[in-house]
Unconditional design. Structure first.
Length: 232
């Protein structure tokens, strides 16, 4: 997912959009001593994602003193489908850029006044059979890593309060989905995407770890978690 040319904005809206509309056969029944059933596990994930409500945080980037990037994110319409090993969800991010006092946005380039407020709606589907790995990271660490990988390690992102990122990995572009971006009063821009990773923003570390643990269990029950072997 992207928004303009800001790496942190890309991060804020999720690295990727999940796969949707994929068909899969029901998973093989698991022995009772393997822990919670797939249905119970996916129900737990659905409830944990639904109950966190709106998650707000602020980003400050060292290269832009006085600028505030404010996010208010809500995960809704979460629906688990154990028979298809699939989880559906909609993530809405209300994103606002606050300029330093006395600063005006210079028009004429790629930036417009409408860029100061955006509403990003991401419709996701998570196919647990296709996931290979699940990790939990601080959102701030993810943002700073992205800047470093873009050859700008001198740009430091500070996120307040700390929020966490449950990241789902695959070695091929198994995640697809739909993104709708509305800038100011402009008409929404619709986009489909296919990518290798999907990120879910969670309010606190404890909840993020619980969700990641449940997702790992669902992934294993669905036959996922198999990473391609290294050739060398």
């Amino acid at each position: 997912m992207k928004m303009k040319d800001r790496i942190t904005s890309i991060l804020a809206f999720g690295f990727a959009i999940a796969a949707w509309g994929q068909q899969s056969t029901p998973p093989t029944a698991q022995p009772a001593d393997n822990g919670p059933t797939l249905a119970a596990t996916m129900q737990f994930i659905q409830e944990k994602l639904s109950e966190q409500g709106k998650v707000g945080w602020v980003e400050i980037v060292s290269s832009q003193p006085g600028w505030t990037y404010r996010h208010l994110l809500n995960v809704s319409d979460v629906m688990a489908n154990p028979a298809a090993c699939t989880l559906y969800a909609t993530e809405t991010n209300d994103f606002t850029i606050e300029l330093p006092k006395g600063t005006t946005l210079k028009l004429g380039g790629s930036a417009t006044v409408d860029d100061l407020h955006q509403l990003i709606v991401e419709t996701d589907t998570i196919p647990f059979k296709k996931i290979e790995k699940i990790t939990v990271e601080k959102f701030q660490d993810v943002a700073n890593k992205a800047y470093a990988e873009a050859a700008h390690p001198e740009f430091i992102v500070t996120v307040t309060p700390s929020v966490y990122y449950v990241k789902l990995w695959a070695s091929s572009t198994v995640f697809t989905g739909h993104l709708s971006t509305t800038k100011g009063k402009q008409a929404p821009v619709e986009k489909d995407a296919t990518v290798k990773t999907l990120g879910i923003t969670v309010r606190d570390e404890e909840t993020a770890n619980k969700i990641a643990k449940a997702m790992t269990h669902a992934m294993e029950l669905c036959g996922g978690g198999v990473t391609k072997k290294d050739l060398f």
